[in-house]
Design a protein around this ligand. Structure first.
Ligand code: CU
Length: 171
């Protein structure tokens, strides 16, 4: 048992070190899902050492993932999917509920508080090379006082731009 645990930790360290010099992700979290809810907004802070763009999000726990931004339309804030998000060198970029955020769509099972949600990000650097970051989001208890539920309801899949499917395939 101890041996297996050590091997697991070593494997995690290897993944972290491979990407830590290029891109750092901290404070990755999401919320437990309400009954019937099959989307999750993942929030985090991402910092790239070099100029790069965030090009995708995916999870084996969801059918697809999108990068979302908030736009004002007819006096209402609405979510829109975007193909990529700039990550200026050495600048922490916050992906959160109130602006740009990551959306996992078509969850295969409810998210339960206290568990962790595995997901991955694809980042493309200015020189053209791409890296895949495998991450875990802490699942916090459902917050019934926030506007997260209202945000879910404002989703308009039909109005979203075409997705780049090759970036949304799951593992
Ligand atoms: Cu969204």
């Amino acid at each position: 048992m101890k041996k297996i645990l050590c091997a697991g930790i070593l494997a995690m360290l290897a993944v972290t070190q491979a990407s830590a010099d290029e891109v750092k992700v901290t404070k990755a979290w999401t919320r437990a899902t309400a009954p019937g809810q099959d989307t999750a907004s993942v929030q985090l802070v991402i910092t790239s050492r070099k100029d790069a763009t965030l090009t995708g999000v995916m999870s084996g726990s969801a059918q697809s993932g999108e990068i979302h931004t908030m736009v004002m339309e007819n006096g209402m804030m609405k979510m829109r999917a975007i193909d990529s998000l700039p990550l200026p060198a050495k600048t922490p970029v916050t992906l959160g509920e109130d602006g740009n955020h990551l959306m996992l769509i078509g969850l295969r099972k409810p998210l339960r508080a206290g568990h962790k949600l595995p997901f991955a990000l694809t980042v493309k650097f200015a020189d053209g090379h791409t890296t895949l970051l495998r991450l875990l989001a802490v699942i916090k208890p459902l917050d019934t006082t926030s506007n997260a539920m209202q945000m879910q309801m404002k989703m308009e899949p039909a109005a979203q731009p075409e997705m780049q499917m090759q970036e949304h395939q799951h593992q």
